[in-house]
Ligand binder design. Structure first.
Ligand SMILES: Cc1cc2nc3c(=O)[nH]c(=O)nc-3n(C[C@H](O)[C@H](O)[C@H](O)COP(=O)(O)O)c2cc1C
Length: 180
């Protein structure tokens, strides 16, 4: 593997976000030749509105679409909010889905992972994120899955959990291997 770029999107804006920590862990332990970059600006995106999705679209949207266009694959790391996708992430999916049929992640492999408080680790949100991105344009790699119940981390950084760290490393490697 050489020169593979992976866009990382985090579905939580919280400073101490466990999902942000998972995303940072994915960056830390990326395989040689794989460059993961977290797009930090999801909180700056306006709510999706077709009236403002014009050539003069807001700068954070341009930045998101450029980051997506420059990536070969995407890793999404998200918690579950009320049994579903956090609004900040769904908004990013909607921006990335346009232009319809020609979004910046079109046909690129994408994997969804994350952690949540519930006993299933946010699996509803993860399944719905796969469904939504599957409609929006990327090629969702359905069998790359990791839903971590946050209690299993015992209040520690995910890098201190060997099993979680190994699963994440494996998923990032397999995601990179999906790049054509
Ligand atoms: C608005 C809101 C809704 C939530 N809904 C769920 C839920 O449906 N299922 C769940 O497992 N956890 C839920 N949680 C708890 C989150 O999983 C937990 O706060 C998690 O640590 C958030 O991710 P973060 O640490 O990356 O910010 C919710 C939290 C918030 C703030």
């Amino acid at each position: 593997m050489a020169g593979i770029k992976v866009l990382v999107l985090v579905g939580s804006l919280r400073a101490a976000s466990i999902n942000r920590q998972l995303a940072e862990l994915s960056v830390e332990q990326a395989p040689d030749g794989v460059d993961l970059r977290i797009f930090d600006r999801l909180g700056e995106l306006p709510f999706y509105n077709e009236d403002i999705d014009t050539p003069e679209v807001a700068e954070p949207v341009v930045a998101l679409r450029e980051a997506a266009a420059g990536a070969d694959a995407a890793l999404v790391v998200t918690p579950e909010y009320n049994g579903s996708i956090p609004g900040v992430l769904k908004n990013a999916i909607d921006w990335l889905s346009r232009p319809w049929g020609d979004g910046a992640l079109k046909d690129k492999p994408l994997a969804v992972v994350g952690a949540a408080l519930g006993q299933y680790g946010g699996v509803w949100a993860h399944d719905e994120t796969r469904k939504s991105f599957g409609i929006a344009g990327p090629r969702v790699v359905e069998d790359l899955k990791l839903s971590v119940p946050s209690k299993t981390l015992d209040g520690k950084h995910p890098r201190e959990n060997d099993e979680v760290a190994a699963s994440l490393r494996d998923i990032v490697g397999k995601l990179a291997a999906e790049v054509d």
